[in-house]
Design a protein around this ligand. Structure first.
Ligand code: ZN
Ligand code: ZN
Length: 223
């Protein structure tokens, strides 16, 4: 694979402006691992979304658009229309600013049977896929992308899926690579049974065997 050009990097690198925590943090507001109560607790929400908004605000600065302005709304529409030309984090935020014309929810996050939301959900995934083709998506970034979508729109998910991601997201915020599918299979019943320490240990053991989680994942401040 050829190295991406500087302009490709700028257009497709995502989630790299805000460095990951050194370790799983405890949320000052809810006391749970930071990020677990995404969308239910403001501090947990910020622990996740600040990674996304760092990219969004950088795009606004480039376009000389003020946050909260009418132009920001228009920019969101443009980004969604040109999803292949923007970082996936920026596409995600654009979609939180757009209302679905069919169900009125955040675009992509409406009821499971809203056809417009189902179709719209393909755009941020396509944006990430394009970046992945350029070698610009780490496994940590991919997992964070999915995790935010799952926890942002929990009504679209099963309880089992939600419990898995509530457990995983704080660890991913500390830079972990996601565990292998095999380890996830073993972790899942432990998480459901409230035996999270054991599940976390399995994840860590896989890292120590040189698979799965890799630290430090990425420390650069620039995209
Ligand atoms: Zn919290
Ligand atoms: Zn919809």
């Amino acid at each position: 694979m050829n190295d991406p050009s500087p302009s490709e990097r700028q257009a497709h690198s995502a989630a790299r402006r805000y460095p990951r925590q050194e370790a799983v943090a405890s949320c000052p507001a809810c006391g749970e691992p930071a990020g677990r109560n995404y969308r239910q607790c403001p501090d947990c929400t910020d622990a996740v979304d600040r990674i996304w908004y760092a990219d969004w605000h950088a795009s606004l600065t480039t376009e000389q658009i003020a946050a909260g302005s009418q132009d920001e709304q228009l920019f969101a529409q443009v980004v969604f229309a040109e999803y292949d030309r923007h970082p996936w984090t920026v596409v995600d935020i654009a979609m939180t600013l757009i209302r679905c014309s069919q169900c009125g929810c955040e675009l992509g996050g409406g009821p499971r049977d809203c056809p417009s939301c189902v179709i719209a959900f393909g755009s941020p995934m396509q944006s990430e896929w394009t970046a992945g083709q350029l070698g610009l998506v780490t496994r940590n970034e991919h997992a964070l992308h999915i995790g935010r979508w799952v926890l942002r729109y929990p009504h679209r998910q099963t309880d089992k899926t939600l419990s898995g991601w509530r457990f995983s997201l704080p660890i991913l915020l500390a830079g972990a690579e996601p565990p292998s599918a095999k380890v996830v299979q073993v972790m899942q019943p432990l998480i459901l049974a409230g035996r999270e320490d054991e599940a976390a240990r399995m994840w860590e053991q896989e890292r120590l065997r040189g698979k799965g989680l890799q630290l430090p994942w990425f420390r650069s401040q620039t995209p």
